[in-house]
Design a protein around this ligand. Structure first.
Ligand SMILES: *Cc1c(COP(=O)(O)O)cnc(C)c1O
Length: 410
């Protein structure tokens, strides 16, 4: 499509980019594309150029952009009631709790807004549980986390990150975290002490580069946690809600975490909603006044999340992620390029890793963008393919044609 441009023949995009560069903090390094519209798996830039979204806002738009059913609920609820704070009750919160518990097989929910807040909430709840229930001495609670984790950007969370960019210059950090290698059950067993209250882990490490642990890892970790009275906390903020071809990635291992953290596509990309789900009684230790959030559990968030969950289930998006993911992964694996080290994934969370000397994944993101496919590199050498779960075989074929073309030429 021909680009619209301003009087100097410049694409509209440059004006928006300049505004961001001039007035915004530079804490991101985005691809140079300025989007103004989205529908389903597709997005359009300000010049009207169409792209396939293969990132889905880091899995926050699993239901596709601007899903009409979710949009309708958002508009209707926005006209009725948006925010009460938790000082009063609202008529969306209870039904949201019940429906979320039913689909995820949980007992209790604590709603927050961002993913990082859900992680912080879990850390607080599990510490409190440690003191009140497990009997750990005051201020001695330890939580075990994994190397290369990504759980968000708050001070406590970056304090137990192993990524120098995430933590350098931000100390001092919150104590009480122990870091072990990911995928290593022996390391977990050895790290546990009588003061260990929780083990926080991603079922698949997303930001680290779609790192899939050895088969049975979560199952073994589950039994180690059971044996030692340690709360298993799964961060499913990226892997959850259908992304890996199961509603929750824990289902691949046939386990249930004690605390499960979800966020991102919980509200279909319309609104920031996260939640801590609890199958054990861990959330029961929190008493009035001990934790909260002004916006957490607001009626607009709850209504939108209810609609987003309904879409996920009614439209069979979990099953579609499994089927389309298998197809996409198989076809990506067939691409012949000596620079590709490995293609791996589960459902529609797919990573293509390049050899370190190949020059980085960013280069391919730029080339793919020119062809109309938007992807994002993660950790220099991995390209992530994570389109909305509504994607069809025809669209994947459309994408593959372009991906194959870019990867076989460059
Ligand atoms: C995105 C993400 C988070 C943080 O979510 P925010 O909403 O950005 O705070 C936490 N954990 C995982 C696994 C994530 O992918």
């Amino acid at each position: 499509m021909k680009s619209k441009s301003d009087v100097r023949g410049m694409s509209y995009q440059h004006q928006y980019i300049k505004l961001e560069e001039d007035f915004g903090a530079h804490n991101y390094n985005p691809l140079q594309v300025v989007l103004s519209r989205g529908r389903g798996a597709w997005v359009w830039d300000v010049d009207g150029v169409k792209y396939l979204d293969c990132l889905s806002a880091y899995s926050a738009v699993n239901q596709g952009h601007c899903h009409p059913k979710i949009m309708r609920v958002l508009i209707e609820q926005a006209q009725r009631l948006t925010l009460t704070s938790r000082a009063f009750r609202n008529d969306q919160l209870g039904p949201f709790y019940k429906e979320l518990c039913e689909v995820t097989n949980s007992h209790k929910v604590l709603p927050m807004n961002s993913g990082a807040e859900a992680v912080e909430t879990a850390v607080k709840a599990v510490r409190k549980w440690g003191y009140k229930v497990k009997g750990v001495a005051s201020d001695q609670a330890e939580i075990i986390v994994c190397q290369n984790n990504f759980h968000g950007r708050t001070i406590s969370i970056v304090g137990f990150s192993t990524d120098p960019k995430s933590r350098d210059g931000f100390g001092p950090f919150t104590p009480g975290f122990k870091i072990i290698p990911f995928g290593d059950v022996k390391a977990l067993e050895e790290a546990i002490t009588p003061n260990t209250v929780g083990f926080l882990v991603e079922p698949i490490q997303g930001e680290a580069g779609i790192i899939i642990p050895p088969a049975g890892y979560l199952k073994k970790a589950r039994s180690i946690c059971n044996k030692n009275n340690v709360v298993m906390i799964l961060d499913e903020i990226q892997t959850g809600l259908g992304r890996t071809g199961k509603l929750l990635a824990e289902e691949h291992d046939g386990i249930e975490a004690d605390l499960t953290l979800i966020g991102k596509s919980l509200a279909g990309g319309f609104y920031p909603v996260s939640a801590v789900l609890s199958t054990s009684e861990v959330l029961g230790v929190l008493q009035p006044g001990e934790h909260g959030s002004t916006f957490g559990g607001n009626p607009l968030a709850c209504a939108v999340a209810r609609a987003a969950l309904k879409v996920l289930i009614e439209e069979g998006l979990v099953q579609n992620a499994a089927e389309m993911g298998t197809y996409f992964l198989d076809r990506l694996k067939q691409i012949k390029n000596p620079k590709i080290k490995e293609v791996r994934g589960k459902g529609l969370l797919i990573g293509m890793e390049f050899f370190a000397e190949a020059g980085g994944a960013r280069h391919y993101c730029e080339k793919l963008k020119q062809k109309g496919v938007l992807c994002k590199d993660t950790h220099d050498h991995v390209l992530r393919f994570a389109p909305p779960l509504i994607i069809t075989k025809d669209i994947i074929d459309w994408a593959l044609e372009r991906i194959e073309d870019v990867l076989s030429r460059h």
